[in-house]
Design a protein around this ligand. Structure first.
Ligand code: C2E
Ligand code: MG
Ligand code: MG
Ligand code: MG
Length: 307
């Protein structure tokens, strides 16, 4: 009996491993053709800056209200395949990274963002920054900054509208090389932010020396804010550290009004998350830009936050 159970268990693991490996292989094969088949697209998730202002309501009471202004957005890659449907970047990016395909895919992302930003600016939209996620292989590619420079020039974009997000772990892979690469990008005028901050292994002493502009508080801390005192402490520590190091700070994964209020009240006024907007298709995001330009006002669920 026991022997049989053991056999069943190993059979189970074997099947599970097999299923996983064959899915990986399938993804890998389909991913190889995804660029030429035009299966990628970008979604854009807006980022907002909260600002406090005083308001007097009908009964004459002063309220500290918050209004949001869109300050930028993050470009997020989407893959839609005929056979597989939508595949999450959490699943296909690691495969693209492991196989080296991320270099050509990443190049596509940068070109697409530059083209899109040029179109928005040509349409008269008030310029704002767009953030791109970088994988280690892209950053460490010797031709990377030349490629970025070329794309910016081709689309006649001021580099200050481009931001590159890297994780702490990328930075720690090879701190000297990463510093050099980031310096080249920054000298060009591109902004650098550290994504998923707090989840990696960066050392605080390095953080001070790295050529970075901002920290992006990981959404795991933001999401635990209401439940977990540790997360509250971590978030407050990250915010005050960013201020000390003269870095800007933004929180991602903001889903509730309470989280937004807590963050803004504690000095992190730049926010991104489902509470404001999901990542939007290029078309939907463009429509959103046009309608907020038309109304000449700040966007989104403004004036609903109050301390
Ligand atoms: P990330 O850079 O940390 O991006 C934030 C992720 O959180 C996105 O998932 C976004 O859709 C999601 N998100 C935004 N607001 C909320 C929220 O309020 N609640 C929750 N639960 N989630 C929220 P997505 O688009 O699935 O991307 C996952 C990861 O894939 C990204 O994490 C990034 O590391 C990677 N990725 C996406 N696009 C690219 C790309 O073009 N190149 C590279 N190298 N990596 C990318
Ligand atoms: Mg990111
Ligand atoms: Mg992140
Ligand atoms: Mg991430």
């Amino acid at each position: 009996k026991a022997k049989e159970a053991g056999r069943n268990t190993s059979r189970f693991f074997c099947d599970a491993l097999h299923a996983k490996a064959s899915r990986q292989l399938q993804l890998e094969n389909l991913l190889r053709k995804a660029l030429e088949k035009n299966e990628f697209s970008l979604h854009y998730q807006p980022q907002y800056r909260m600002s406090c202002r005083n308001d007097v309501d009908r009964s004459g009471l002063m309220h500290e209200c918050i209004s949001n202004q869109m300050i930028g957005c993050e470009a997020l890659l989407r893959w839609n395949n005929a056979e597989l449907g939508n595949v999450s970047p959490a699943e296909f990016i690691p495969i693209a990274e492991a196989t080296g395909m991320i270099e050509s895919i990443g190049e596509w992302v940068i070109r697409e963002v530059c083209t899109q930003v040029r179109q928005w600016q040509d349409a008269g939209v008030e310029p704002f920054r767009v953030a791109i996620n970088l994988s280690p292989r892209q950053l460490f590619n010797p031709n990377f900054e030349v490629m970025v420079y070329r794309m910016l020039r081709e689309s006649k974009l001021d580099p200050c509208w481009l931001e590159m997000e890297v994780t702490e772990n990328i930075l720690m892979l090879d701190i000297r090389e990463a510093t050099e690469k980031l310096n080249q990008l920054r000298n060009m005028g591109v902004k650098i932010s550290v994504d998923d901050f707090g989840t990696g292994y960066s050392s605080l002493s390095y953080l001070k020396k790295l050529p970075i502009d901002s920290l992006k508080i990981d959404r795991s801390f933001v999401q635990d804010l209401e439940r977990c005192p540790d997360s509250t402490a971590i978030v407050q520590a990250i915010i005050s550290m960013a201020k000390q190091l003269k870095l800007s700070v933004i929180a991602e994964g903001v889903e509730t009004e309470e989280q937004a209020t807590f963050l803004a009240g504690n000095g992190c006024t730049d926010l991104q998350g489902y509470f404001f907007n999901r990542p939007l298709s290029a078309k939907a995001f463009t429509a959103y830009l046009m309608s907020s330009a038309e109304h000449q006002q700040d966007c989104c669920p403004s004036d609903i936050l109050g301390f």
